[in-house]
Design a protein around this ligand. Sequence first.
Ligand SMILES: [Zn+2]
Ligand SMILES: [Zn+2]
Length: 85
Amino acid sequence: MLKRKLEDVPVFDLSKIAKKIRCEFGECKTKLGLTSVPCKCGFSYCSIHRHCESHNCAYDFHGTQKAELTKKLAKVVSDSLENRI
Ligand SMILES: [Zn+2]
Ligand SMILES: [Zn+2]
């Protein structure tokens, strides 16, 4: 008959884990300071992987740029149409 003691259950100190911020790029795991600002994609990276190109950023920069470009193009098209009329 096995009686489980409370001490046998592994207790995770969540407060300690939360304070450990590490670079989330693959196997890098470089310790980051508490002042490190996460990327726009929501992940924190070290100085090496901070650049969007370095961590294959998931933030939709291109989508944003495309949307703005589409707006500009639409404006150009409407302007040229107005000029023709
Ligand atoms: Zn890194
Ligand atoms: Zn990013």
